[in-house]
Design a protein around this ligand. Structure first.
Ligand code: ZN
Length: 71
């Protein structure tokens, strides 16, 4: 099922990378960088619980459940 979600890597004007999944966009969240894996969060709402898990530049998990309206 995850394989059918279109995923696009975007570059922002500030040189950061965002990942677009379907109609939502995610950013790499700072913080604990000891592990190889990284959590990516929804850019549209900081309380949104949708997450991406990225390991070694590959998306290993998608939680694409948003608790807000699409912009
Ligand atoms: Zn969201």
């Amino acid at each position: 099922m995850l394989l059918f979600i279109p995923v696009t890597f975007l570059k922002t004007s500030k040189g950061k990378t965002h990942i677009k999944v379907g109609s939502h966009t995610f950013y790499a969240r700072g913080g604990n960088c000891k592990k190889e894996s990284q959590r990516w969060c929804c850019t549209q709402n900081k309380y949104c619980r949708a997450r991406l898990h990225v390991e070694n530049n590959a998306i290993v998990a998608i939680f694409n459940h948003h608790n807000h309206e699409k912009k």
